[in-house]
Design a binder for this molecule. Structure first.
Ligand code: FES
Ligand code: MG
Length: 564
């Protein structure tokens, strides 16, 4: 075996049990059966985490992306080694993909450590995969780069441009209101998800991809190229090449990249994107693993000075391919530069200031990435609330809420996750008005793994009268592609005996977003009396769900397992 500056990870067994030489011999014997000789095995080994699955339609084109990354690794003199991890597709995973985010993070972290590799490339895309992979990276001590499959293209139906999933929700709401019949909604359905790739709007997947690029865990320009494009494949090749350099240098490692300054930049970009509320939970979870203090309040204070700049659904009108054509994250970062800490260094090894010196704004498309002096919306796209209903915090996407509901007092209409909510809300005789506040509880991490159930449907009888938004409050999440005046992540959750558990039909709830508060207008003694009567449900009997329910942290702390 040749002695060079780099010694392959294949020889660094953690399972030699006293005979290092035999372990090395055995590894090379078995790898020979795959066709690898010493010339292969003396190269830097790049593990590539692959998350394809027939159940994850967003990742359909990942095999092509994998080939691109492999080619980059080979060109740079490395040895690519693919390995699978759990794949979390948002749409087909029950009861919610969020219940398995931490499991995927554990799987990925452990495989990076267990398998011989000098650096890793993690291929993800769909909503929970990127957060899980960032969490795993933050817990690992090998260099890691993330690469995403990229967003899907848009479709078109009867002259309307369509993209999942904001338009899925909008069309379904029209169907519920009787404006689209069954034949029409069925016809439109085939144009909503037209290609492989992640949802076409600034949902959770796109938000997390943009934040990954901002954090410096992905090569520049990687968040936005569309899944079916050559630009996506070229970014994959570049990622493979760079992974070999990181393997040779042994640095930077994720914890060198994931600094407090990097997270502050990510919070500002999140505000400028009008991005997904889910990002708050995910960024806090990643920061916690990186050993960086990040609180819910930071999102309000740090994000509060940054206006909404990116005009994409659900906070705006455009789609991810438009954001990409306008220059994507590099152009956005360039615009935000006065607000950013530009000494941060990501996987490129160059400072953000250096990277931004190469970026030119695309003058022709300034309508999608707006300049700081002509923003799309005011600062505060995401607001963090406290109050007697959520002493440890709650979140609302103000940029996707109705202006007339930002200050609103109304009687509670209470629902619990698990009951037949559709049957209740579709009842034509339901005693409800547009002023009611719909409360959904038992949708927090302990109760249900935090499903995206918070954007409750507007009761059918009101929807048919043209009501499109109502104040909704829950301890669950909502999809990054949703919109409306929806207060989420109420902490402590109802299942943990939070105040939400004490709400009764007719209690008044006051939302005051300018004051950053949501309060249950019930006398304190009465509230404590009701909470004393609350008995928590027993945890699931066994398995992952039991481990999860017994050890999950509250939403305001990132909902990771407490021991990770
Ligand atoms: Fe995968 Fe939307 S379902 S990103
Ligand atoms: Mg989503």
């Amino acid at each position: 075996m040749s002695e060079n500056e780099f010694t392959s990870a294949v020889d660094h067994s953690r399972t030699s049990y006293g005979d290092e030489g035999f372990s090395r011999f055995l590894r090379r014997a078995f790898l020979a059966s795959r066709g690898y000789d010493d010339v292969d095995l003396d190269r830097p080994v790049i593990g590539i985490a692959v998350t394809t699955s027939d159940y994850n339609t967003c990742h359909r084109d990942m095999p092509a992306l994998l080939e691109a990354v492999r080619r980059g690794v080979l060109e740079a003199g490395g040895l690519p080694m693919e390995f699978p991890t759990i794949s979390l597709g948002e749409i087909l995973t029950s009861p919610t993909s969020m219940l398995f985010r931490n499991l995927m993070a554990m799987d990925t972290e452990e495989m990076i450590q267990a398998l011989p590799m000098d650096a890793a490339v993690l291929l993800g895309g769909c909503d929970k995969t990127v957060p899980a992979q960032l969490m795993a990276a933050a817990s690992s001590d090998k260099p890691v780069l993330l690469e995403v499959v990229g967003p899907m293209m848009t479709g078109s139906w009867r002259g309307q441009r369509l993209g999942a999933c904001t338009d899925c929700r909008r069309l379904w709401a029209s169907h519920r209101a009787g404006e689209l019949d069954t034949a029409e909604i069925t016809e439109a359905r085939s144009e909503l998800v037209t290609t492989a790739g992640t949802c076409a709007v600034m949902g959770t997947a796109s938000t997390m991809a943009c934040l990954t690029e901002t954090l410096g865990m992905m090569l520049p320009g990687g968040a936005t190229p569309g899944a079916p494009t050559g630009a996506r494949l070229r970014h994959g090749v570049a990622t493979g090449r760079r992974a070999v350099e990181l393997a040779r240098q042994g640095a930077p490692k994720p914890r060198d990249v994931l600094t407090r300054a990097a997270f502050e930049n990510a919070i500002k970009v999140l505000a400028a994107l009008g991005g997904s509320t889910n990002a708050l939970v995910h960024l806090i979870a990643v920061a916690r693993r990186a050993g960086v203090e990040l609180s819910l309040a930071d999102f309000d204070t740090i994000g509060a000075k940054v206006p909404l700049l990116v005009d994409c659904k659900p906070s705006g009108a455009n789609y991810m391919p438009d954001f990409h054509r306008s220059g994507g994250v590099p152009v956005l970062l360039n615009e935000l530069e006065p607000h950013l800490e530009t000494s941060t260094v990501g996987v490129t090894g160059r400072s953000l200031a250096e990277l931004l010196s190469d970026v030119r704004p695309h003058e022709a498309t300034r309508d999608v990435i707006r300049p700081l002096d002509d923003p799309l919306g005011p600062p505060g796209a995401l607001a963090v609330l406290t109050g007697s209903l959520c002493p440890n915090g709650a979140v609302i996407k103000t940029s996707a809420a109705s202006p007339e509901l930002l200050q609103h007092t109304g009687p509670a209409f209470v629902l619990d996750a698990g009951q037949d909510i559709a049957a209740v809300l579709d009842d034509p005789d339901l005693d409800i008005t547009p002023d009611h506040v719909l409360v959904l509880r038992m949708a927090g991490p302990i109760a249900a793994g935090m499903p995206e159930a918070g954007a409750l449907p507007i009761p059918a009888k009101l929807a048919r009268r043209g009501v499109r938004d109502m104040v909704r409050v829950s301890d669950g999440r909502m999809s990054g592609t949703s919109y409306g005046t929806v207060v989420l992540h109420c902490d402590p959750e109802a299942a943990a005996g939070g105040p939400l558990a004490a709400v009764r039909n007719g209690d008044l709830i006051r939302l005051d977003i300018p004051a950053r508060r949501i309060d249950l207008l019930v006398d304190e003694d009465e509230l404590s009396r009701r909470l004393r009567e609350f008995t928590p449900a027993p945890p699931p009997a066994r398995g992952w769900r039991r481990l999860y329910a017994e050890t999950v942290l509250p939403a305001s702390q990132g909902a990771d397992l407490s021991f990770l």
